[in-house]
Design a protein around this ligand. Structure first.
Ligand code: ADP
Ligand code: MG
Ligand code: MG
Length: 250
């Protein structure tokens, strides 16, 4: 699904990612953890194709296709979803209308017609029901006055509607309360299948009590310094990141 080989990237003359290798297979959930400033958000941005970062070396493949040269939008149309790609407030545009437009734009990019209105409505109803989202929420203006939990609900709804092959959820928000964590985790758990994959990026072990990952990787100073199964997250919880740092520098 996703293969990253020897990825080096940064801004201007500062290297942030210093040789990342990662293989994510269909059906898998990977967690990327690491202390603040280790490069987690940079990694998600570089995979998504954000222009502010420059890739100096290495390759990124999505389903075997080298996507390294594609613009962020093209990567999204190929089935890559990055959380918080639409954090902007859009007064007057509802949660529903926004997702309708996103879906039809994605279809257009593939040379497809708009999704028929009745099919769209059916899909919206199904996904809203699956995720316990009520109708009132669907008619609210996008992100306008949304609480942390509502932002997450919207994000998970977008994820459910767009059905990406690979979702990267960068849980950067230090203000994530337990409700918001549960919304994300329930959504991911309901949406995970053998045909998609999820990369959850987080500073917090707590999220992984709700989303049980198949693999855990620890990022430190732009490199994956340790990989393991879910037990690694527990070990980190108990011993802290200093333990990994010490192992690396020893
Ligand atoms: P994390 O998400 O793990 O906290 P980041 O990827 O946000 O880490 O940042 C990693 C390092 O790269 C930090 O030292 C940060 O200051 C730096 N960095 C990230 N993005 C930029 C940028 N756009 N310009 C300059 N430095 C950046
Ligand atoms: Mg940070
Ligand atoms: Mg971050």
């Amino acid at each position: 699904m996703l293969t990253i080989k020897n990825l080096h990237a940064g801004v201007e003359d500062k290297e942030i990612l210093k040789g990342i290798d990662l293989e994510v297979k269909p059906g898998e959930v990977h967690a990327i953890m690491g202390p603040n400033g280790s490069g987690k958000s940079t990694l998600s941005s570089v995979i998504a194709g954000k222009e502010e970062y420059e890739v100096s070396e290495g390759e990124i493949y999505l389903e075997g296709e080298d996507i390294g040269e594609l613009a962020a939008e093209e990567r999204a149309h190929k089935g890559l979803f990055l959380s918080f790609q639409y954090p902007v407030e859009i007064p007057g545009v509802s949660v529903t209308n926004f997702i309708k437009t996103a879906i039809n734009e994605s279809r257009k990019a593939k040379g497809m017609e708009d999704m028929p209105a009745n099919e769209m409505l059916k899909k919206i109803r199904e996904k809203a029901e699956l995720l316990d989202i009520d109708r009132k929420f669907l008619s609210r203006s996008l992100n306008e006055g949304f609480s942390g939990g509502e932002k997450k609900r919207n994000e998970i709804f977008q994820l459910a509607m767009l059905e990406p092959k690979l979702a990267i959820l960068d849980e950067t928000d230090s203000g994530l309360d337990i409700d918001a964590l549960r919304i994300v985790a329930n959504g991911v758990n309901k949406l995970r299948s053998k045909d998609n994959a999820v990369v959850v990026i987080t500073h917090y072990q707590r999220l992984l009590e709700y989303i049980v990952p198949d693999f855990v990787h620890v990022l430190h100073d732009g490199k994956i310094v340790k990989s393991g199964t879910k037990e690694l997250a527990l070990e980190l919880e108990a011993k802290g990141y200093d333990w990994v740092k010490q192992e690396v520098t020893a």
